[in-house]
Design a protein. Structure first.
Length: 100
């Protein structure tokens, strides 16, 4: 008898304790002025272009390093072009995945 009562009390407590955090969460929406919205949009565009430049630049540097090791100065140039192309393809891939 005691065991069943204890089981019922614990089960009820666990049931209600899992429902409380969902009800306790409140979300407040902060409204932005038009100027703040424009600033945020400009920042997002800037960040998107900076990510593109970073991805292409890293690809170019990596390609140049590998090309320099493999073929000297001319190989570094060819590797930089190939690496920049690969970085641009990767950037396009990431943008279509929704990762800016």
């Amino acid at each position: 008898m005691k065991k069943r009562l204890l089981t019922a009390v614990l089960s009820t407590g666990l049931l209600f304790s899992t429902a409380v955090p969902g009800a306790a969460a409140t979300y407040y929406r902060h409204r932005l002025t038009r100027a703040q919205q424009a600033r945020r949009a400009r920042y997002i565009r800037h960040r998107r272009h900076m990510k593109t430049a970073k991805r292409v630049g890293i690809g170019a540097v990596g390609g140049a390093a590998i090309g320099a090791l493999a073929g000297g100065g001319k190989g570094a140039g060819i590797g930089a072009i190939a690496g920049a192309g690969a970085g641009a393809l990767y950037d396009n891939h990431e943008k279509h995945r929704g990762r800016n």
